[in-house]
Design a protein around this ligand. Structure first.
Ligand code: HEM
Length: 379
């Protein structure tokens, strides 16, 4: 009896495996990919090695896709992917690769700490220490919540004891902590490195900031941020050339026809290269790789599709914190740059050379190799 069951399970497994393989071959032939560029089977091994080597492979696929009308076929692990540089979103869905990575990366200490914080917050709520002043008329009235923490608000708005469980609270906190801190820090790091490489551009920022603050030490106010137009262009250009999240992954839910005529078959995965889209001469011109903040001047910024520029992704699962990220990056950079000169090895040409690796997000291999030199308070 046991042997019979074993044979049955084995046979079913072979059938399912064969069916999935056949299905993948069917999907694979849907996109013509030049064999010499990317062998259809076996690119997974190219995504091994150091984090820098993995990033180099991903960059190579992006450049290959640029050469082939924005698309190449890739077979990663047991799944078929189409590497895309084409900035069009169709019937596609987020898939949880990032969540898996988070889980691996989030160490027990972090989990434990969050759990403790949530438990003590629950106790505080229970003892009605803070719940009285958290009563609100509507779900959207933040009136009395202004000074409350994100965790306070999550507990209250989700319905306190009847709302999010401790595990759900932990997941939300973890997502926000990882998605909302390192990303902006990496963006600031790349921007500082670029400014050390291009002192003239840094000087333009300093002049703008001097126009706003003079030599004063006064604190930044909201209105100052709106005046930092040049700094904003620099941050945007830095996020274009060095997007902290260089790739996103989606699952194709329905056959999706691309402008090129290619159809992405339902069931396949797509690997959208933000890195590649941002460096594709088709959208950014022959000088796509140049560091040129003024390409974001309103009179020059003329990309043909909103997805040509997507450091914060695009569509229904785009970044929830993109406005906050822009504000925090401008605030932090202005605090540094109005007081300090960022010094490093100046770049010889307009194309910045920074070695990058993929380490949950994209990071500079050598870290942020810059020095800060105090500026005189009076010009
Ligand atoms: C330079 C800074 C940032 C960059 C480049 C960035 C980039 C991104 C990208 C590309 C995604 C989409 C991932 C995908 O489509 O698979 C994303 C999602 C997300 N980001 Fe950001 N982000 C930044 C800062 C922030 C900040 C400051 C916050 C919160 C305060 C935040 C919160 C989130 C959340 C919650 C999601 C998930 C949205 C969802 O899955 O529906 N991000 N971010």
């Amino acid at each position: 009896m046991f042997e019979f069951l074993l044979i049955l399970v084995g046979l079913s497994w072979i059938l399912v495996f064969r069916y999935r393989r056949r299905n993948m071959y069917r999907m694979a032939v849907a996109i013509p990919a030049p064999d010499e560029t990317i062998p259809l089977i076996g690119v997974a091994h190219k995504l091994m090695g150091s984090t820098e080597e993995i990033m180099s492979s991903l960059q190579r696929y992006s450049y290959d896709a640029i050469k082939h009308n924005g698309i190449v076929t890739m077979w990663l692990f047991h799944l078929l992917y189409f590497g895309r540089n084409i900035p069009v979103f169709g019937h596609v869905q987020n898939i949880g690769i990032d969540v898996a990575v988070f889980k691996q990366a989030a160490c027990d200490v972090f989990y434990e700490r969050l759990t403790k914080v949530i438990q003590s917050k629950r106790e505080e709520f229970h003892m009605e220490k803070i719940s009285k002043d958290l009563e609100v008329d509507t779900h959207y009235d933040l009136g009395s919540h202004k000074s409350k923490t994100f965790l306070d608000l999550l507990i209250t708005f989700s319905g306190d004891e009847k709302g999010y469980t401790n595990v759900e609270l932990r997941e939300e906190m973890l997502t926000l902590t990882v998605a909302g801190t390192d990303t902006s820090a990496v963006g600031i790091g790349f921007t500082l490195e670029l400014l050390a490489k291009y002192p003239k551009i840094q000087e333009n920022i300093f002049q703008e900031l001097y126009g706003i603050f003079g030599g004063s030490e006064r604190a930044l106010v909201k209105e100052d941020l709106e005046k930092m137009k040049y700094l904003e262009r620099v941050v945007k250009e830095s996020l274009r050339l060095f997007p902290p999240v260089p790739f996103i992954i989606r699952k194709v839910l329905e056959d999706t026809r691309l402008p090129s005529g290619n159809v992405l078959p339902a069931g396949s995965g797509i690997f959208v290269s933000i890195w590649g889209i941002h460096r594709d001469p088709k959208y950014w011109g022959p000088e796509a790789e140049h560091f040129d903040p003024d390409r974001f001047l309103p009179q020059r910024f003329n990309v043909e599709h909103p997805c040509c520029y997507m450091p914060f992704s695009s569509g229904p699962r785009n970044c929830l914190g993109y406005q906050y990220a822009m504000i925090s990056m401008k605030a932090s950079l202005s605090a540094i740059l109005r007081r300090y000169k960022v010094v490093g090895e100046p770049e010889k040409g307009p194309v910045p050379r920074i070695r990058v690796k993929v380490d949950i997000m994209m990071k500079s291999v050598d870290g942020c190799q810059v020095a800060l030199e105090r500026r005189p308070t009076k010009l």
